[in-house]
Design a protein around this ligand. Structure first.
Ligand SMILES: [Zn+2]
Length: 82
């Protein structure tokens, strides 16, 4: 099992975390049509390589940024959102 670094709790088991979204996604402006809205809600890009994602640590309830390589699973950073 992989360990994830929560900025508030330290290294914890991956099972304690929940993926929220890829960081930096822009919400459609104005009144988007159904296709644009669905693409925003469900159209994750799943980029390969270095990614910055928003994760929730379900144990402490805090959201944070996690930087990792999606191919190698190497985690290179963890930063609080508040
Ligand atoms: Zn935590």
């Amino acid at each position: 099992m992989q360990l994830f670094p929560c900025p508030f709790c330290g290294l914890r088991a991956e099972a304690e975390f929940h993926f929220a979204t890829t960081a930096g996604r822009a919400r459609p402006e104005g009144a988007p049509d159904d296709v644009a809205w669905a693409r925003y809600l469900y159209g994750e890009d799943a980029p390969k390589g270095l990614t910055t994602e928003i994760w929730l640590h379900t144990t402490c309830g805090e959201y944070f940024l996690l930087t990792r390589n999606s191919l190698t699973r190497l985690i290179t950073g963890s930063e609080a959102l508040r």
